[in-house]
Design a protein around this ligand. Sequence first.
Ligand SMILES: Cc1cc2nc3c(=O)[nH]c(=O)nc-3n(C[C@H](O)[C@H](O)[C@H](O)COP(=O)(O)OP(=O)(O)OC[C@H]3O[C@@H](n4cnc5c(N)ncnc54)[C@H](O)[C@@H]3O)c2cc1C
Length: 381
Amino acid sequence: MDYSFTAEQKMLKEKTVAFVKQEISTDVAREVDKVGKYPFDLMRKLGEQGFWKINVAKKYGGDGGGIIELMVFFEEISRALPVLSWTAGNVLLYGNNIIQVNGNEAQREKYLPELIQGKRLFCFALTEPDAGSDAANIQMSAERDGDHYVINGSKMFISGASVGHIAVTNTRTGPSRYKEITSFLVDTRSEGYSATPIRKMGYKGSDTCEVHYKDVKVRPDDILGGEACYNQGWHQMMRLLNGERLVLSACAIGISMAVLTDSIRFVQQKKKRTGSLLKFQDTEHKLAEMAAQIEAARQLAYYSAWMMTQQMACVKETSMCKLFCAEMGKKIALMGMEIMGAYGYTMESNVQQFFRDVPILAIGGGTSQIQKNIVSKILCA
Ligand SMILES: Cc1cc2nc3c(=O)[nH]c(=O)nc-3n(C[C@H](O)[C@H](O)[C@H](O)COP(=O)(O)OP(=O)(O)OC[C@H]3O[C@@H](n4cnc5c(N)ncnc54)[C@H](O)[C@@H]3O)c2cc1C
């Protein structure tokens, strides 16, 4: 077993760290959070620097990376501005990943070059008012009408839905709970599509929307994977889950690292001024506990990713990883705030932003409770 980084992965890490240093100062991060608008400018810069090709196969003009490259990128971006990792998902996950794994050749050739060039943003529309954790309960309908399909219904909490060009839309195409779900690539300029952003406590600027589809027409060619993949939506989603859990775990590790680094700096500065704080064993212990938790999370995350690259069964590991990392992120953000006292509670501190951002990682991609269900089901099978 070897899950140390390759030379290319180390270079990607250095390149991402350099991007963050150059483009995402604390002031920039605070401004994005304050304004709450989609960070188009940073997204454009990421594209210009070639980050949109990190997980695209070489034959489509990409760098040929996979899950490890995504984790490296998402961890470093999350350390500086978590919401930018979420919006990067509109290219790297909902675009590149979905099209490569589940698209047909025509869709790959059409969309991957556009995604790499930063010309397309994708969003992934699964959740509905009554289909969150119970994702298979989706009610949005797609009905055949002559030479096309007509989509009707509503989606909730869809990130990037008002700025995106293509909404990967999961619909019900028959009563069978898992076997009659079909995924369509919906052009968001289609008549009858409308998306309204929802105000949130964190990840501000991720354009998370309520979306309505009223008689939205799509062609059979727009089925993800082509007509042969009619009713294959559920299986297509399942293929993406391990990767999604690991990417979200990397985001939690990035945020936790940022909080630990800030906490250490705070303690050192306070010690210089007053001689205090590091004298308190509780503070020392918190720092040690944070560092130990992050190290454990990192080992689990990269071990699970290594399993994935070896095509080993790893649903239990990726679910444990997502559970552990997301819950750790919340605990560490709180510990960071406690260490910093009143300062941590002010809008000047970095930790307040991480504290508001991090809980989504225990909700999106399957809540912590759902991860526990998955792990215990496998344990008891
Ligand atoms: C900022 C943000 C961005 C998002 N982006 C997207 C997106 O881009 N695309 C998309 O499709 N969705 C997106 N979502 C939706 C997200 O995937 C759902 O919120 C998530 O799946 C949980 O669903 P729910 O909110 O309906 O909660 P519910 O399913 O209603 O759950 C409520 C509570 O009950 C618990 N619970 C539910 N069922 C069980 C069970 N069987 N066992 C134990 N506990 C259970 C849950 O763990 C949770 O604590 C986003 C959400 C947010 C907040």
